[in-house]
Design a protein around this ligand. Structure first.
Ligand code: ZN
Length: 139
């Protein structure tokens, strides 16, 4: 794992929490987008060395809706920036890690992402995030 790319935070409403992040904490909003495949609206905030990813459920079937229902708003996952995500997945599997996603799926900003099962990671939901195939965005 080369670096932490972002921290995912589950929120009921991005609109409602933005004043806290923008005005109270002074973090700049980078972009907002819908990731239909994961049933979420996503807002990226510039946290300097890493980004914060606010995740709002688009519908009740969204995994984020389930998360908020069970645990309330809060930290959802930590994402590692990686290169060669398919090899990283394979490598983790050979080391005995159970993956939620055995093949990469599309994430925010055109990245390829895959989640490790929290049971294999001592209770933490980790994401692998590969941005090497995105044109013009190597942030
Ligand atoms: Zn993420």
């Amino acid at each position: 794992m080369k670096k932490v790319d972002h921290i995912g935070i589950a929120v009921s409403s991005i609109e409602n929490v933005l004043p806290f992040y923008n005005d109270t904490l002074g973090l700049k909003l980078v972009k907002v987008e819908h990731v239909e495949t994961q049933g979420v609206k996503v807002a990226f905030l510039d946290g300097g060395n890493i980004k914060l990813e606010l995740l709002e459920p688009l519908h009740t079937q969204s995994p984020i809706a389930t998360f908020i229902e069970k645990k309330g708003e809060g930290i959802h996952h930590i994402a590692f920036g990686v290169e060669g995500i398919e090899e990283r997945i394979h490598e983790l599997q050979t080391k005995g890690v159970q993956m939620i996603n055995e093949t990469p799926k599309p994430g925010a900003g055109g990245a390829e992402v895959a989640f490790l099962h929290p049971k294999s990671a001592h209770g933490v939901l980790y994401e692998l995030c590969d941005k090497t195939n995105i044109k013009g965005d190597k942030s």
